[in-house]
Write a protein that binds this ligand. Structure first.
Ligand code: MTE
Length: 392
């Protein structure tokens, strides 16, 4: 596909979330056809692949099936031969190493369930104030999966980290065209996070998702998963790890994924990279634009507590009278650190109700604020979630 795909996409309404696409033998997009890589998503762009599930499908289960797990990619999926694949670990280490998948498999296998979410989840809500560029995510750029692989700390121990190490860089094998250059996606995490051990290691090198080998969309054959951090720190198609005394100079850590009011150079320099995600949540059903009758309405959704250790959702509240009164929602399924909490409720609406509003609080003091300041890249929209309703 080439840039022509945008025109075709617009023609068939993908940008507005109407259909999913497949490819004809000539490589053209076909409205309504199955996705060639098996996803059941609303594609916001198809080249590269950026898609989110409908919210109704998203909350069907605590563990998100791969076909309903959002995809956020900056370039086409690289084709990687797992037989020839080696992960390079270098930089501020005594023992630089190259590890094949077989060599990695000698390390202790870890299984962690964690939610991954894009910093741009709910970006479209910023457009009400002033429009923001980037992938136009609604509230589906989030998913909860079981990740299986190795603790980053175990790999770093093999490489013997030297005194003075402060950050661990990750570099992907994808090729992203940025202006005149082709760059990989990359980022870094502080050394303390990288070395954290326990039931949930601070960062994982993952080769399996929900019991299956990673799919090409999610980073086959190896990716990082950093529980508690925005999705951008979980680098897919991981090829290189560098231990350093500085944060990664890669564009996606040094410039992008920062909260800036405008895009002047001084704003970029002053702002730090986003690491941990704050609490967030959304009402998933009823869907937007559903007409409801006055009386009791069943609603359901998710809340993701702040990405801190041992943090879970404490109160999930709903209002149908513009915040005058609130009622608690019932949490369902598991409560687990670094994982979303699904919830349900039944709320009374009247012909005066204009919206159902969600807010939530977590056990580390995190809360969804009434509103958040607009930022130029549309990141971390975690204000009260408003579902406009028309009551008959
Ligand atoms: N890693 C590489 N190599 N290339 C990418 O484009 N996108 C990042 C991150 N890792 C990205 C990447 C972003 S912004 C997010 S939100 C997550 O991957 C999305 O992971 P997923 O596509 O598996 O849901």
């Amino acid at each position: 596909m080439n840039s022509n795909s945008l025109t075709r996409r617009e023609m068939i309404g993908i940008g507005t979330g109407i259909a999913i696409t497949g490819l004809s033998s000539a490589g053209n997009l076909i409205a309504g056809a199955a996705d060639p890589l098996g996803k059941d998503l609303i594609f916001r762009t198809t080249d590269p692949r950026n898609g989110e599930p409908s919210l109704e499908k998203l909350i069907q289960s605590w563990l998100t099936p791969v076909k309903h797990f959002y995809v956020r990619s900056h370039a086409p999926n690289p084709k990687i031969d797992s037989e020839k694949f080696v992960l390079s670990v270098e930089g501020h280490v005594r023992n630089p190493i190259k590890l094949s998948l077989k060599q990695l498999a000698q390390l202790k296998r870890r299984n962690v369930t964690a939610t991954l979410t894009c910093a741009g989840n709910r970006r479209t809500e910023f457009n009400q104030e002033s429009s923001v560029g980037g992938v136009q995510w609604e509230a589906g750029a989030i998913g909860n999966a079981q990740w299986s692989g190795y603790a980053l700390g175990d790999v770093l121990k093999k490489a013997e980290v030297l005194e003075g190490a402060r950050h661990v860089w990750f570099e992907g094998l994808d090729e992203i065209q940025r202006k005149e250059a082709v760059i990989p996606f990359g980022g870094s995490v502080p050394i303390e996070k990288a070395m954290q051990d326990g039931d949930t290691p601070g960062a994982l090198l993952v080769d399996r998702m929900n019991g299956e080998p990673l799919s090409p969309d999610h980073g086959y054959p190896l990716r990082t998963v950093v529980p508690g951090y925005i999705g951008a720190r979980s680098v897919k198609w991981l090829g290189r790890i560098v231990v350093s005394d500085k944060p990664s100079p890669n564009h996606y850590l040094a410039n992008a994924y920062k909260l800036v009011k405008n895009t002047d150079p001084i704003d970029w320099t002053e702002a730090g990279p986003i690491y941990r995600y704050p609490i967030n949540g959304a009402i998933a059903t009823p869907a937007l634009d559903t007409k409801v009758s006055a009386g009791a309405v069943d609603i359901a959704g998710y809340v993701l507590p702040t990405g801190r250790p041992n943090t879970t959702a404490e109160r999930i509240e709903l209002s149908s009278d513009n915040g005058a009164t609130w009622q608690a929602a019932r949490m369902i399924g598991k409560a687990s650190e670094y994982c979303w909490q699904l919830w349900k409720s039944r709320i009374r609406v009247t012909t005066d109700s204009k919206a159902i509003i969600l807010r939530a609080f977590d056990s580390s003091g995190g809360f969804m604020p009434q509103r958040v300041p607009w930022n130029a890249k549309g990141y971390l929209q975690n204000s009260w979630f408003r579902l406009p309703i028309s009551v008959q």
